[in-house]
Structure formats: structure tokens, C-alpha cells
Design a protein. Structure first.
Length: 46
């Protein structure tokens, strides 16, 4: 999975554009967010 990260005013947001989304994909994106938090120590915005 490849995602973009938007950082603005210390808020970090993962960005992925898809035409369709499944529950499995959302779970995978959540895992990417957790890895980002572990690596950089920054919680992602909502």
C-alpha cells in the first residue's frame, strides 16, 4: 500500500484516493497509521 502524508500546522493526515473501499482496506490503512505513529511518534489527524 502506498499513501501520501499531508502535514500542516503539526497535523499529520494519511491520504489515499480509491474508487472503492472494503473493510479489509480500511483495516490495512489503520495498520499503516499505527506504523506511522510507531516510527514518527505522531498521531494522525482525523
Amino acid at each position: 500500500m502506498e499513501v501520501d502524508v499531508l502535514v500542516r500546522d503539526s497535523e499529520h493526515v494519511l491520504v489515499e484516493v480509491k474508487s472503492r473501499v472494503s473493510k479489509e482496506y480500511v483495516a490495512e490503512l489503520a495498520k499503516v497509521g499505527e506504523l506511522y505513529f510507531r516510527r514518527f511518534g505522531v498521531k494522525l489527524g482525523s
